[in-house]
Design a protein around this ligand. Sequence first.
Ligand SMILES: [Zn+2]
Length: 261
Amino acid sequence: MPTLTVLLFHRIADGLDRPSDIDGRLFLRCLERVRAVAVPVQTLAEAARAPAGTSEDAICLTFDDGWESDATVALPALARMDARATFFITTGHVGTPSFLSWPQVRELAESGMELGSHTCSHPDLTQLAPDELRRELRASREELQERLGRSVDTLSIPHGIYSHRVLAEAVDAGYARVCVSRPGQNPLPLRAGRPVRRNALHRGVGEPDLAHLVRPDRATLLRWQMSYTGRAVLRRVLSDAQYARVRGAATAYLARGRARR
Ligand SMILES: [Zn+2]
């Protein structure tokens, strides 16, 4: 069965210490890996149009949060390899320091990129009252559609934390596709209502991961899934500040281990 591999990036920046940041060199190495395989690099909307009976694998690159590096680093690099990607915007962060401005969001759209919603304020959606949940999902979509003059049909769940209620509300708000942060491959064609799994690139990623980025083998997927599950458990039991400290320390430890090898 053909599969869709979806990669997840956050901010691309050198010398920063958020665990989800990756430096510019690692980002370019990822793109080289992607370019080396002979499958189309598409937006999620394009991949979703794969016809029944398709036999072709596909790769999508996705970028969460709407960091300024989407326009200053990712866009020029994607243009050089003639690839398209999907960018998820937290509408309430647009125009604030380190994030995209509205003209930059428009520039992405005009360059052939897909723009999706990452909600208004990036909350844990499972913790919201029903009317707040509806507002986060609908107001962000409506603002993007209004400003870009095009339909916005893809959602990325903040922090990757979701529930059946969140998924049902997203479908109700008009989203055709919902991206999560759980690692894995997606069978093509995409099935309606089934969350899209993504493999995240972050500071803890090393050379062995890069080798399996595009077509992860079973052992790599299992390792990524165990790491994801561990992080999800920690996120549930720790406060945001405690979680950030633990994840930062773990990432630094892994980076030191790689430097020694
Ligand atoms: Zn996010």
